[in-house]
Design a binder for this molecule. Structure first.
Ligand SMILES: [Zn+2]
Ligand SMILES: [Zn+2]
Length: 397
């Protein structure tokens, strides 16, 4: 179906275009203009009612939603979570593993691959690949994830994951034995390489960087700082992941902008220091997204760690630390707009084009640009999701 969006403000990476006409044909964006374009064939007019037309959001760090965790390892769980996130404006998703047994991780990779190959709009967000996140976390930074399912990287284990061909983002804590070999292998496979759940020092980050690591998972969460590195390695005090990311222009990172994990000054600090080209918004959402407050499992439904949702955020047992977010990318976009000095095009870039560039899919998606997939979201003036189109096909929300 060919679509012509009208009465919209189009959100481009650098600017807004008021009263835009956006033509999509054959599942692709054809033109963005301020005059009514001539369509080559019959088009369906989509009236944006004075709202925004945004590129669909891209989430590179997300565990589940609407009761499903990707680590449940079934095709149905993958579909449920991808549909849930599409309702929040995410049109491209990287299902994310957590700690668990090799069998559980293989079941997840197989399920994601199966759903990826049956691409249809009812399945929700397009799957661009898996984020291999757990199990290679540092023991002292495992956070809310099941400690029993964490371990050090071995070539046999991770090569089997890479061999599936579905892994596009690869995380490992930089201080673990074997981390550098892991990064080298991930680089060969052209993954976005990230360090997370880590208590790494600057020298360990520098070695990782040399091997291809360029990104750090959820900035400030489950990562090192000068004091935590000091308690691991003693004096002199050393640089940590924090200084490394802020000090190295090539390093990118991401924030959980749900308003519960990071205060406004930290969100704005991350934006001002890294800029919209090196900072992504991620949901890091778990299965409690769109479900009522209550007790749930993080990771596999069988033996994942327990957490509690209070309806705003996830909590580890005892409520002393957080256990990831329970809201969608639309929430992150609204929060970032409210809490920081970033303009709307900059905020949306951090939720679309920047993650697309970092993962190598920006030629196909990530912005309103002629030739790219018609993955677009209609928002009202309050930035609430009204309608979602993936490849030019509207999804029933
Ligand atoms: Zn985490
Ligand atoms: Zn996570």
């Amino acid at each position: 179906m060919n679509l012509l969006f009208t009465h919209v403000t189009a959100i481009l990476p650098e600017r807004l275009v008021e009263d835009a006409w956006v033509l999509c044909e054959g599942g692709k964006i054809v033109s963005i203009s301020t005059k009514k374009p001539k369509a080559t064939s019959e088009v369906q007019i989509v009236d944006g009612r004075g709202g925004y037309l945004s590129p669909g959001f891209i989430d590179i760090h997300v565990h589940g939603g609407n009761g499903a965790d990707f680590m449940d390892g079934t095709s149905e769980a993958v579909r449920v979570a991808c549909r849930a996130h599409a309702r929040h404006g995410t049109t491209t998703i990287f299902p994310t593993t957590t700690t668990g047994s090799p069998e559980q991780i293989h079941a997840m990779l197989d399920a994601v691959k199966a759903v990826q190959s049956e691409r249809r709009v009812e399945n929700g967000a397009r799957i661009a690949g898996v984020h291999l996140y757990g199990p290679f976390f540092a023991e002292d930074k495992v956070g809310c994830h099941s400690a029993a399912g964490r371990r050090e990287p071995t070539t046999v284990e991770y090569c089997a994951y890479f061999e599936t061909g579905v892994v596009r983002i690869a995380t490992c804590a930089a201080e673990l034995p074997g981390a550098v070999e892991f990064y080298r292998e991930a680089k060969k496979r052209r993954c976005l390489i990230t360090c997370g759940h880590s208590n790494a020092s600057w020298p360990e980050m520098a070695a990782a960087f040399k091997a291809g690591m360029r990104h750090v998972d959820h900035f400030w969460c489950a990562m090192s700082n000068v004091a935590s590195v000091r308690s691991r390695l003693g004096v002199p005090m050393r640089g940590s992941m924090l200084e490394f990311v802020l000090g190295m222009a090539e390093m990118s990172t991401e924030v959980i902008a749900d308003g519960c994990h990071l205060a406004p000054e930290l969100l704005d600090f991350a934006f001002r220091l890294k800029g919209s080209r090196k900072l992504c918004l991620v949901t890091d959402a778990n299965r409690a997204l769109d479900l009522p407050p209550g007790n749930y499992r993080f990771g596999s439904a069988e033996d994942g760690s327990r957490f509690e949702s209070d309806g705003r955020v996830g909590w580890a047992p005892g409520r002393t630390s957080l256990a990831s977010s329970i809201v969608g990318m639309d929430h992150m976009v609204r929060q970032m707009k409210r809490d920081t000095s970033a303009t709307l095009p900059e905020v949306v870039r951090m939720a679309s084009l920047t993650p697309a560039e970092l993962t190598g899919i920006a030629k196909q998606t990530g912005s309103l640009e002629a030739g790219k997939n018609a993955d677009v979201v209609l928002l009202n003036r309050k930035l609430d999701v009204r309608r979602v189109f993936i490849g030019g096909v509207e999804m029933t929300l």
